[in-house]
Design a protein around this ligand. Structure first.
Ligand SMILES: [Zn+2]
Ligand SMILES: [Zn+2]
Length: 343
């Protein structure tokens, strides 16, 4: 029984190209009690691997959080399999606006302690006492209300390339940091203002809204399905789109264009640009915003130092990396001394 990937990303990429079939990029999450996440994990891997599903999925006792790429022709079978799992029947699937056949190149189903690394101790508050879920239409109404404080629950590198007009966008590296900062900044308005929040697909607001209610906020609202579902509803129902720029996504696409506004700047030269790249020096891999001019001049690197390393023969690079810890972790996202135009 195959429970793990047998193909490398490169081999997979070649296969996808050869097959030439259309794939759908999908995400969904569900908080539910899962007794044995390991067994559930294996069950998913076996069935989804058969359907040629790729992606990154986290399974925990508290539920499932999945980002996937599914062959369009297998979508029916995939949906039928989801519906066969009691707590996933009719779960809302966020389907990406811009399709990319290579959004994911492996199927990784991981058992974690939590489905979002939120840094919260769930035993200390009632996670089921959530905010009011609102759809795009109600959300548009709410954010025009002068009693509303609109908060972006995502991290700095996400809101930097796109966010709702007039939203507070905390300059934070982690979800946990934003929770504290927002609570402190809005402490005087726990009762008189409406706290309206949003994130990429809605999952972060599920916990954040409950946390803020626990902290004494009286009027808490959350955008159901996040920016992804908002965009779909705005298109289908012909509503005004109050989002600006790109929605940051956690796959190879990195961002999904929602409107033509470019609200960010190249971190190297400062010109208008909202394209995220990873530094080509594998030992660095910093996620940052780079324009085409700088990409050319810097050979896709974040700094002169990285450029020099990147241009060495591969064997030399490997020697240099020896003994060093490569960290693609959160702090390597868009913050570095070498980036002149990143605040
Ligand atoms: Zn530039
Ligand atoms: Zn670099």
């Amino acid at each position: 029984m195959q429970l793990y990937n047998t193909l490398s990303a490169k081999e997979r990429e070649a296969l996808i190209e050869e097959a030439g079939q259309e794939r759908l990029t999908i995400s969904f999450y569900k908080y539910a009690r899962i007794g044995n996440p390991s067994i559930f994990r294996n069950h998913l891997f076996i069935h989804w691997n058969e359907l040629d599903v790729l992606g990154r999925i986290y399974v925990a006792h508290e539920g499932i959080n999945a980002q996937l790429s599914v062959p369009a022709e297998n979508f029916g079978a995939f949906k039928a399999h989801l519906d066969s799992i009691s707590f996933l029947e009719n779960v809302r699937l966020n389907i990406a606006i811009e399709q990319d056949n290579k959004s994911f190149l492996k199927l990784k189903v991981k058992v974690r302690r939590k489905i979002v690394a939120d840094g919260l101790n769930d035993e200390t508050f009632d996670v089921t006492n959530k905010g009011v879920h609102v759809d795009a239409e109600k959300f548009n109404e709410l954010i025009e209300d002068s009693d509303t404080i609109l908060v972006d629950m995502r991290n700095h590198y996400e809101s930097e390339i796109g966010h709702f007009k007039n939203a507070i966008t905390p300059d934070v590296d982690t979800f946990r940091d934003s929770l504290d900062i927002i609570e402190k900044d809005l402490a005087a308005h726990k009762e008189d203002k409406k706290l309206v929040m949003y994130c990429t697909g809605g999952i972060r607001c599920e916990k954040a809204s409950a946390y803020y209610k626990h902290k004494g906020f009286k009027n808490v609202y959350q955008l159901e399905g996040g920016i992804i579902e908002y965009t779909r509803q705005v298109q289908n129902r012909n509503l005004e789109n109050k989002f600006l720029g790109k929605n940051f996504v956690f796959d190879h696409r990195r961002g999904e264009r929602i409107t033509n506004d470019v609200i960010a700047n190249c971190h190297q030269c400062g010109q208008a640009c909202d394209t995220h790249v990873n530094c080509a020096n594998e030992a660095c891999h910093l996620l940052f915003i780079q324009c085409e001019d700088c990409a050319k001049a810097m050979n896709n690197c974040c700094s002169v130092e990285c450029k020099e390393i990147h241009e060495l023969p591969y064997e030399e690079q490997k020697k240099l990396r020896k003994g060093k810890v490569v960290s693609n972790k959160i702090f390597k996202k868009g913050r570095s001394e070498v980036l002149k135009y990143k605040k």
